[in-house]
Design a protein around this ligand. Structure first.
Ligand SMILES: Nc1ncnc2c1ncn2[C@@H]1O[C@H](COP(=O)(O)OP(=O)(O)OP(=O)(O)O)[C@@H](O)[C@H]1O
Ligand SMILES: [Mg+2]
Length: 246
């Protein structure tokens, strides 16, 4: 379970201070597909970067299975990072390396044995349905295939949670559907908790059982997707659903 308490983050820039996250509280349970939706600049990526320890919040706690990951030492932190797989909008693949090498990379860093890595790479590529692309380079793949490589790589170290920042925003409608379906399958077969950050309500509707709406660094609405869709209370939610105006 991921439990976030009173999480806040500010950035100091030339034009003053920006509050990117303002007292965020949320619980995500094992097996959830949790959508976080909001407008551009709302704080979505900052939240994901804080959970994955790519960014340090100013205050608050992030409990993963009861341990506050903000209190870990360097060694513990490395371990904790392996429990979280991250998928980005623009895939972030190593362009000079093959698909197999991209997926192997986190396992090499983790010090896994060569034969074991090879076996696992095949397993993962089959799971994301690009078993025939192991020796291809990212440039030879479509966007959807690249995202499958990124998902396989994120799953390499058997993470408990998969955190996806706009995983389908660079993809067309059909490819989006296929990648979302893949995430759903992974959630079902591996029981991996999945967090999907998006600005598309259709993506939330397609796969997320729960959703939180973020606006100006705050959660303004949260609940079961079906309830939020049936009875949106905040203007931002209504607007994202296309039934309100700002
Ligand atoms: N490294 C940074 N330095 C300064 N300000 C930042 C930094 N990162 C984010 N911000 C600011 O924090 C706020 C939230 O940014 P964030 O990237 O989390 O938004 P977002 O919801 O992911 O937006 P988008 O949908 O456009 O990706 C914005 O006002 C942004 O300008
Ligand atoms: Mg973002």
């Amino acid at each position: 379970m991921i439990k976030i308490e009173n999480l806040s983050k500010q950035f100091n820039g030339k034009n003053g201070t920006v509050t990117a996250l303002d007292n965020i509280n949320v619980e995500m349970h094992d097996g959830d597909i949790f959508g976080i939706i909001g407008m551009s600049g709302a704080g979505k990526s900052t939240l994901l970067r804080c959970i994955t320890l790519l960014e340090r919040p100013d205050s608050g706690s992030i409990y993963i299975d009861g341990n506050d990951i903000l209190k870990l030492n360097k060694q513990e932190l490395r371990k904790a990072r392996r429990k979280m797989g991250v998928v980005f909008q623009h895939y972030n693949l190593l362009m000079q390396e093959t698909v197999a090498k991209n997926v192997a990379f986190p396992m090499e860093i983790a010090g896994m044995e060569k034969n074991q890595i090879k076996e696992r790479v095949n397993e993962l590529l089959t799971l994301v349905k690009i078993g025939d692309k192991a020796d291809f380079y990212p440039a030879q793949l479509s966007g959807g295939q690249r995202q499958r490589v990124a998902i396989a790589r994120a799953l390499a170290t058997n993470p408990e949670a998969l955190l996806c920042d706009e995983p389908t925003s660079a993809l067309d409608v059909l490819t989006t559907k296929q990648v979302l379906n893949l995430l759903k399958e992974i959630n079902k077969s591996l029981n991996t908790t999945i967090i999907i950050i998006t600005h598309e309500m259709s993506a939330v509707k397609a796969v997320c059982n729960k959703v939180a709406v973020i606006n100006d660094g705050r959660f303004v609405e949260m609940g079961l997707t079906k309830d939020v869709f049936a009875n949106p209370s905040h203007d931002v939610t209504k607007m994202l659903l296309g039934i309100g105006e700002m």
